[in-house]
Design a protein around this ligand. Structure first.
Ligand code: DAT
Ligand code: MG
Length: 136
């Protein structure tokens, strides 16, 4: 059954010119783009998006980082799109957890600058798509 997930190419990915690389991997996997927008997130959007991390040591840096430059927000659709994109992204820490062959494993070095976001569950996907694409 087809499902949707919210993907971000974070500001580090845009700055490094990796938007096309990320989209190519999504498309090669067989997933489809349902929405795509380049934008700079305001603080309220970033805080909503990362609400689950409010209070953690890295939260303020994370919100500063994600609002610090343009990002690309996408809705990606397909069979098992949520775990499929998490598989493409690789683990949160680009060196300790993400394996080569994944986006983070191939292009990332630091946890904060791990290039992409992907929803981690059906509930997260629904919540996050509403934040970034309220009209979808
Ligand atoms: P993921 O993005 O793999 O879902 P997460 O939801 O646990 O990971 O964390 C959200 C983001 O916060 C993550 O992509 C990068 C940042 N982050 C997580 N843990 C961190 C840490 N220990 N230090 C700095 N940044 C961290
Ligand atoms: Mg997460």
């Amino acid at each position: 059954m087809s499902e949707r997930t919210l993907v971000l190419v974070k500001p580090d990915g845009v700055e490094r010119g990796l938007v096309g690389e990320v989209i190519a991997r999504i498309e090669r996997k067989g997933l489809k783009l349902a929405a795509l927008e380049l934008r700079t997130a305001d603080r309220a959007t970033a805080e909503q998006h990362y609400a689950e991390h409010d209070g953690k040591s890295f939260y303020n840096d994370l919100v500063d980082f994600i609002t610090g430059g343009p990002l690309v927000a996408l809705v990606v659709e397909g069979v098992r799109a949520i775990p499929a994109f998490r598989q493409l992204a690789g683990g949160t820490d680009p060196v300790e957890k993400a394996t080569p062959g994944t986006i983070r494993g191939d292009f990332g070095l630091e946890v904060q600058y791990n290039l992409v976001h992907g929803s981690d569950s059906a509930e997260s996907a629904e919540r996050e798509i509403k934040i970034w694409f309220p009209n979808l």
